[in-house]
Design a protein around this ligand. Sequence first.
Ligand SMILES: [Ca+2]
Length: 178
Amino acid sequence: MHRDSPGDPGGQGPNQNDCGTWVRNINGGVFMSPNYPNTYPPNKECVYILEALPRQRIQLAFDKNYYIEPSFECRFDHIEIRDGPFGFSPLIDRFCGGKNPGLVTSTGRFMWIKFTSDEELEGLGFRIKYTFIADPDFHLHVGGLLNPIPGTILALSRPICFEELLCARELTGGYVRM
Ligand SMILES: [Ca+2]
């Protein structure tokens, strides 16, 4: 299977390749499935990794013109969205069919998104506009992602602790590094 990643994060301007068009700007960007608004091709796998600045989140808005081949548990064609920079980051959801996912928001400053199509039955695909938004209660995103600003002492109003070690670090109120 072919894997294709549409360029380096932070690039500028339109980027046309066989994983669709991807336009980035300072506040977000737009990317879409291959050939959108025409039918996406079979046997395709595209990964899109979004990165916002520290203390920002990412919000995806799906265009209303959306359709991905429906299947039970989206086992065939689908778009998979993860809350972090990696393919093993926590799964937000996996989408397919004709029901528009609407808005999807990260808890940190990265999103890992993969579009997959199998060998038969294609659809229109998707177009996603993404926006960087201020993190309303910035704290350490424990468990999925740490995104401190080096040298900054973080105000921990509502710490969320999934791991003892990280909780202990939070309680010290000191520096945290990747
Ligand atoms: Ca298919």
